[in-house]
Design a protein around this ligand. Structure first.
Ligand code: GAR
Length: 204
């Protein structure tokens, strides 16, 4: 009999969710075969990501700091546990998780970051700020990184990276768009599949 076990994935988001969409599309097109997105959790109640999840028939929940205050992370853990989540994918999730949280899910959280780590990463480097810093430095190449998440912001083991050219006249917005399309939307689904396979094989 074929083993049809799939890793139960939660995608954590804060915003528009183009990476989430890439994951959903990759599930449909067969790039991700060893995992299934069963939950999308946003820390922003009005994130468009939640609509993307609903449109794809995926359970979508908002867990906000405004509502849960100091119990914010506890509520996230409860929600993950209730849904038997085995892998957490951070796709534009703009909150830093505590050491307790990252220890609990060792090798079970991955994140996409819009630069070639170790450049332009760590606390304070998120979203367009990353691209602004890269342009200020004058780098000719940037890109994206998918990595495991530990207690050090953007400090966990690197899974995949893809370089993208910086063009004359780039703004943070144009650079971001090129990196999303040419790197993030490719390496996040590919890394998700790779990590799911390793989990199913008992390698991690
Ligand atoms: C992406 O570029 C992602 O790499 C970045 O936020 C954007 C979210 O876009 N994440 C970080 O900066 C985390 N440090 P999306 O909502 O369209 O996927």
């Amino acid at each position: 009999m074929l083993n049809d076990k799939k890793v139960r994935i939660a995608v954590l988001v804060s915003g528009g969710g183009t990476n989430l969409q890439a994951l959903i599309d990759s599930q449909k097109s067969g790039v991700i075969t060893d995992g299934e997105i069963v939950l999308v959790l946003s820390n922003k109640a009005d994130a468009y990501s939640l609509t993307r999840a609903e449109n794809a028939g995926i359970k979508a929940v908002a867990v906000t700091k405004a509502e849960f205050g100091t119990d914010f992370e506890k509520k996230i853990v409860e929600t993950l546990d209730e849904n038997n989540i085995e892998l957490i994918v951070l796709a534009g999730f703009m909150c830093i998780l505590s050491k307790d949280f990252t220890d609990k899910y060792k090798n079970r959280i991955i994140n996409v970051h819009p630069s070639l780590i170790p450049s332009f990463c760590g606390e304070g480097f998120y979203g367009l700020r990353v691209h602004r810093a890269a342009l200020e430095k004058g780098v000719k190449v940037s890109g994206a990184t998918v990595h495991f998440v530990n207690e050090i912001p953007d400090g966990g083991e690197i899974i995949m990276q893809k370089a993208v050219e910086v063009c004359e006249g780039d703004t943070p917005e144009t650079l971001s768009a090129r990196i999303l399309e040419n790197a993030e939307w490719k390496i996040l689904p590919a890394s998700t599949q790779l990590v799911c396979k390793k989990i199913l094989n008992g390698e991690i």
